[in-house]
Design a protein around this ligand. Structure first.
Ligand SMILES: [Zn+2]
Ligand SMILES: [Zn+2]
Length: 216
C-alpha cells in the first residue's frame, strides 16, 4: 500500500506516536505527538519526509502534549479530535502537573473532526470514526485501502481503554468497539495508543473485554 507508517514510543507512558506518510508524495502526518519531539522529528528526517499536519485521536496529555510546540515550530495545522474532548485539551496544563510531565500548553485544533469526516495525508485518505467511551471526543483513523486503523486508547492488544476518567463510560466504549470498529473487518490491523499492534479479528477471538464469545 502506498500509505506507510512508523511508530515512535514517546513520554513516560510509552505512547505510540505514529508517523503516517504517503509513499508517492513523501508527505506525512504525525498522529498523537505526546512529547519527545526531537525523537519524532529525527524519525521524520531519517525517512526524508515532509510533515504537513498533526492528527489527534483524543485529548489526553500523553497523546497531545507536544502538539502546541510542534504546530508552532513547523507551522502545522492540527486536525482532531472531536470537539467533545475540548475540556481535556483545555486542562492540559493541569494534566501535566498531575502526572509530573514538563509543562504542556493548550491549543485549539484548526479542525474538529466528526463521524463520517475524512482526513488526507499526501494523496491518501483516511476515514474518521467517532468512538467515545475512553474520552467523549475520541476518534479513530481508518485507511480502508490498507486495512489499517489508528485506534488510540479505544482498543489494545488484549485490553481496552480505561473508562474511569471524567465523562468516560464503559458501555459506550464497548459499543464503539463492537458497533464501529468490528464492521470495518476482521482483517484490519490496528495501531493502539500503547503496546503492540493486533487485528480486529484477533481481538474478537481473544480479547477478554470484547471477544465475540462474551456477547454470544
Ligand atoms: Zn487516553
Ligand atoms: Zn494513552
Amino acid at each position: 500500500m502506498s500509505l506507510q507508517f512508523h511508530t515512535v514510543p514517546v513520554t513516560p507512558f510509552q505512547q505510540n506516536c505514529t508517523l503516517l506518510w504517503c509513499e508517492n508524495s513523501k508527505r506525512a502526518a504525525v498522529v498523537d505527538p505526546g512529547g519527545d519531539l526531537e525523537k519524532i522529528l529525527a524519525a521524520v528526517d531519517e525517512r526524508g519526509l515532509q510533515l504537513e499536519k498533526i492528527l489527534l485521536t483524543h485529548g489526553h496529555l500523553d497523546h497531545v502534549g507536544g502538539t502546541a510546540a510542534l504546530a508552532r515550530q513547523l507551522q502545522l495545522p492540527v486536525e482532531g479530535p472531536h470537539r467533545d474532548d475540548e475540556f481535556w485539551i483545555a486542562q492540559l496544563p493541569v494534566q501535566a502537573q498531575m502526572f509530573g510531565f514538563p509543562p504542556a500548553e493548550t491549543f485549539t485544533p484548526d479542525r474538529w473532526l466528526a463521524q463520517g469526516d475524512t482526513v488526507t495525508v499526501g494523496e491518501e485518505t483516511l476515514e474518521v470514526h467517532h468512538c467515545p467511551g475512553h474520552t467523549p471526543g475520541h476518534v479513530v483513523f481508518f485507511h480502508r485501502a490498507g486495512k489499517l486503523a489508528l485506534v488510540g486508547d479505544v482498543l489494545f492488544a488484549g485490553s481496552i481503554g480505561r473508562t474511569d476518567f471524567p465523562r468516560g463510560d464503559h458501555d459506550t466504549l464497548i459499543r464503539s468497539i463492537t458497533e464501529k470498529l468490528w464492521p470495518l473487518g476482521d482483517d484490519v490491523r490496528f495501531i493502539p495508543g500503547h503496546g503492540p499492534m493486533s487485528s480486529f479479528g484477533q481481538e474478537r477471538q481473544s480479547n477478554p473485554f470484547v471477544a465475540d464469545k462474551r456477547f454470544g
